[in-house]
Design a protein around this ligand. Structure first.
Ligand code: GLY
Length: 353
């Protein structure tokens, strides 16, 4: 069943359409007159959905060019960004033209940033093809590329014209890519919605109905973005599990994917919340069982010293305080401002030691 969520932003309302079998060209034509479109994608996604998307856009009257780069986080850099921009310029695209981000988080982030800076800003449409992009990165207008010094260090807030989520694409996702997105989806239950958490608890990977799940996650994200689009307060709650998670990602040299690292990070923060008396005893064990149902990892081999070293590097540029997201209860989170020097002690409490 087709669902629409509205994300209210400083640039106006952004529609997020969730359905099966979306005709991308016909859908975009409802929002944008025929123009020159640049589809930006990675080689894995383009091989599956590139031709279909291009044909659909051409059938709707758009003139289409494509820019495809190698998949993976390593491509999310200034060189790829530069190549996209040079390519768009070489095709004489104008400010009334449109970029389409066809892919997961890397494609969405880099295409969004390219469209934020090309000719000082052109429209773009997000067409997420992973669960992670669907429930998180395609919504809310954060765009970025990585620097050698760290992830997402340059970027812009630039809202998409719309988001077109065709859940049929999930059928072709490798298990690991599918489940890493589920970690971010379960996160919304943990921080904002006990009913959503219970839905994950009462189902398993085979029985989950992705349209209502994505709809609820996107509603929560849109609500958070409406209250704090520029990430000064409430939006920080979306980082539940991410501070230790980023450390896990880096320590594993990205061998543990973002979503899987976040699952491990969420367990650490849930256990910390339990052991400091905020949530009932047994909550962490229950949460671990939920994550296991979705084939998600729940622990890592790293100790608190290793995790702390990386979290400190990650946070150095942000000052002496780290905002750790803690739980008041399952479904209710808050940011605890912590001195960086205290983080090792807190991780030790959160780890299963
Ligand atoms: N992915 C976190 C955020 O959009 O703020």
């Amino acid at each position: 069943m087709r669902e629409t969520v509205i994300s209210r932003t400083s640039k106006g309302d952004v529609e997020i359409i969730i359905d099966k079998g979306i005709d991308t060209g016909a859908e975009i034509l409802k929002k944008h007159k025929p123009c020159h479109v640049l589809i930006v994608s990675d080689d894995s996604v383009y091989a599956l959905y590139g031709d279909k998307t291009k044909t659909s856009l051409e059938a709707a009257g758009f003139m289409v060019d494509t820019f495809v780069f190698p998949h993976g986080e390593e491509s999310k850099n200034i060189d790829t960004l530069n190549s996209i921009l040079e390519y768009a310029a070489s095709k004489e695209m104008s400010r009334t033209d449109l970029f389409v981000a066809l892919g997961g988080g890397v494609v969405g982030d880099i295409t969004g940033f390219a469209s934020a800076v090309f000719l000082r800003g052109v429209d773009y449409v997000q067409v997420p093809t992973t669960v992670l992009a669907a429930v998180d990165s395609s919504v809310g207008g954060k765009t970025a590329v990585d620097l050698n010094a760290g992830k997402n260090l340059i970027g812009a807030f630039h809202q998409p014209l719309e988001v077109l989520l065709d859940v049929d694409v999930f059928d072709t996702l490798p298990d690991e890519i599918f489940t890493e997105g589920l970690a971010e989806a379960i996160k919304y239950g943990m921080i904002k919605d006990k009913k959503l958490y219970d839905l994950f608890k009462d189902n398993d990977i085979d029985s989950l109905d992705m349209i209502p799940v994505c709809k609820r996650c996107i509603e929560i994200k849109a609500d958070v973005v409406e209250k704090d689009e520029f990430d000064n307060g409430e939006r920080r709650l979306l980082n539940f599990g991410h501070t230790p998670g980023h450390a896990v990602e880096i320590l594993s040299k990205f061998g543990i994917s973002h979503g899987h690292a976040v699952a491990i990070g969420m367990v650490i923060m849930t256990r910390l919340s339990e052991r400091t008396g905020e949530i009932p005893q047994g909550s962490t064990d229950e949460f671990i069982e939920v994550l296991k149902k979705y084939n998600l990892p729940t622990e890592c081999g790293y100790n608190n010293k290793e995790l702390t070293a990386h979290s400190k590097v990650d946070k150095k540029r942000k000052g002496s305080k780290i905002g750790l997201v803690m739980l008041h209860s399952i479904g209710k989170a808050y940011v605890k401002e912590t001195n960086v020097d205290d983080i090792e002690r807190l991780y030790a409490i959160g780890l299963n030691m």
